[in-house]
Design a protein around this ligand. Structure first.
Ligand code: MLT
Length: 262
């Protein structure tokens, strides 16, 4: 069963290919608003909250799986009358973009993978996700606070207290059921390298220079999996949440991709 996703539309575009931006874990779609608002004078940009986050409904009884997120996004495109879009996915949103490529390849004009990776989890990462899911359900969001260290780059943590405060608030406000469901959905995901190679959809890869969660090696491996290989853009001075750390650089890169997508 799909759920009806809350979303924000920025800009009407000029009839070109729309852009859909999918957020990271455990933050809402608002993490992408600073980028979307910079593109709104040129493009139609849609930013949903995935189920269990922001204004979207709870995950419900469905077995945790990125496939449900992808089907929800496809249903949103149907509702908005969007046949094909450039889809830009940040971290967990990148995993959802790869699930969309698997399940609804005709809906993706270009896949922009930002601070994410195509590999599946190790057993250790899966066990850690289950620990976080259980801790958040049992004791609330305290278990998420340490994530701040890895979500934001060292430069942002040192020099941008406003961004640190905003991300801290998102961590505190995340809904435990949405957090636990997302962790279990990510733990269950398979490797996407074969999908990127087989699907025939063009790609672009962005990575924050200071991203310690999904770094340049992950970005390069993903880029090389596309046929032909996708270009990699490094966002200087930004970490894992590059779109809130340097929205101008990320918006510039996305503008280039959308403008060159037929
Ligand atoms: C994210 O930012 O979405 C997460 O770091 C992804 C993950 O936990 O693998």
């Amino acid at each position: 069963m799909t759920v009806e996703l809350a979303h924000v539309e920025h800009g009407a575009g000029d009839g070109g290919t729309p852009l859909v931006l999918l957020h990271a874990f455990p933050v809402p779609g608002a993490v992408l608003d600073p980028v979307a608002s910079q593109l709104a004078d040129r493009h139609r940009v849609v930013v949903p909250d995935l189920r269990g986050f922001g204004g979207s409904p709870d995950p419900g009884d469905d077995e945790p799986s990125l496939d449900h997120y992808a089907d929800d996004v496809a249903a949103l495109l149907d509702r908005l009358g969007i046949d094909r879009a450039v889809v830009g996915g940040l971290s967990m949103g990148g995993y959802v973009t790869m699930a969309l490529l698997r399940r609804h390849p005709g809906r993706v004009a270009t896949a922009v993978l930002m601070d994410t990776k195509a590999a599946a989890d190790t057993d250790e990462a899966r066990a850690n996700r289950e620990r976080v899911a259980a801790a958040v359900l049992e004791n609330g969001n305290r278990a998420l606070r340490p994530m701040l260290e890895t979500l934001l780059g060292a430069t942002t943590r040192r020099e941008r207290p406003d961004v640190v405060a905003r991300v801290t608030r998102w961590l505190d406000e995340a809904r435990p059921d949405g957090v636990a469901w997302a962790q279990r959905a990510m733990a269950a995901r398979a490797s996407s390298f074969d999908t990127l190679a087989a699907v025939g959809v063009p790609g672009a890869v962005l990575v924050g220079e200071e991203d310690t969660l999904t770094g340049r090696d992950d970005a390069q491996a993903m880029a090389e999996a596309f046929v032909p290989p996708a270009p990699v853009r490094v966002i200087a001075g930004a970490g894992h949440l590059a779109p809130v750390e340097d929205p101008g650089a990320v918006a510039g890169a996305l503008h280039e991709v959308v403008s060159s997508t037929p």
